[in-house]
Design a protein around this ligand. Structure first.
Ligand SMILES: Nc1ncnc2c1ncn2[C@@H]1O[C@H](COP(=O)(O)OP(=O)(O)OP(=O)(O)O)[C@@H](O)[C@H]1O
Ligand SMILES: [Mg+2]
Length: 222
């Protein structure tokens, strides 16, 4: 479903190699954890998969189609990808419900978006926080809003950067269970960056990175 070929992302005129020749393959319905030390390129890889940045070199493929051939990147992002960012990126002037609805803006004839958003927020245990603003929420609550927002458009895949980093272990387990249920119901593909070995152990596969390179787990075992 997702494939990268010799992917590189350089900064500072090549002095910083955030990614340095990454070849990975991710199959439909897989739950893949990306692990590795701080600064090894995990967020950079998610950003490229999510079309938030352009590679310096190499190519990405979605269902064998090169990203460079995609006609409408913003539509691809909106319809196929759910993001959970490392720093949440909630809009401070929108309520919980408003934030979850943001990815539905620009979708014509999406008539039950508010019901879906409310259901997801209920699943996240936030039914009493629908009209609160991000500044009135705890870190863990904000993180759960971000996860609900990622799921609102029934994406093909979720790109999640440390989605349980601000959660206590009970909430982390709950959120992982919600995502796992979605995955079973809708054959969601999950790419999750995590430092938590307990979370990584729940994945089908762990892709380990170091210094911009993949050191293990780039392919699924046959
Ligand atoms: N915009 C940028 N300009 C210059 N260097 C950058 C930029 N973005 C990332 N980097 C560098 O690229 C490398 C990889 O960064 P990245 O954010 O992908 O790491 P990470 O594995 O996600 O780390 P962490 O676990 O701390 O989130 C780091 O050395 C970082 O300093
Ligand atoms: Mg990161």
């Amino acid at each position: 479903m997702l494939r990268t070929h010799n992917l590189a992302l350089h900064f500072d005129e090549g002095r910083t190699k955030a990614l340095d020749g990454v070849d990975i393959e991710i199959f439909e319905g897989e739950f893949v954890a990306i692990t590795g030390p701080s600064g090894c390129g995990k967020s950079s890889l998610l950003n490229l998969i999510g079309t938030l940045d352009n590679p310096t070199k190499g190519e990405l493929f979605f269902c064998n189609q090169p990203y460079s051939a995609l006609q409408d990147l913003s539509e691809f992002r909106r319809e196929q990808i759910g993001f959970v960012f490392q720093s949440f990126h909630l809009i401070p002037t929108l309520t919980t419900l408003g934030n979850v609805l943001v990815p539905t803006i620009g979708r014509s004839s999406d008539h039950n978006a508010i019901d879906r958003a409310s259901d997801l927020l209920k699943l996240m245990g936030l039914e009493s926080r629908l009209n609160h603003f991000p500044g009135q929420l705890s870190g863990g609550e904000r993180q759960r809003v971000a996860i609900a927002r990622a799921l609102i458009n029934d994406p093909a895949f979720i790109l999640a950067d440390e989605p349980t980093g601000s959660l206590d272990s009970t909430n982390a387990t709950h959120v992982l269970d919600v995502i796992a249920n979605m995955r079973l119901k809708k054959s969601l593909t999950i790419v999750m960056v995590t430092h938590d070995p307990v979370v990584a152990a729940k994945a089908d596969r762990e892709i380990c990175m170091c210094d911009g390179k993949v050191i293990s787990g780039s392919r699924r075992n046959p």
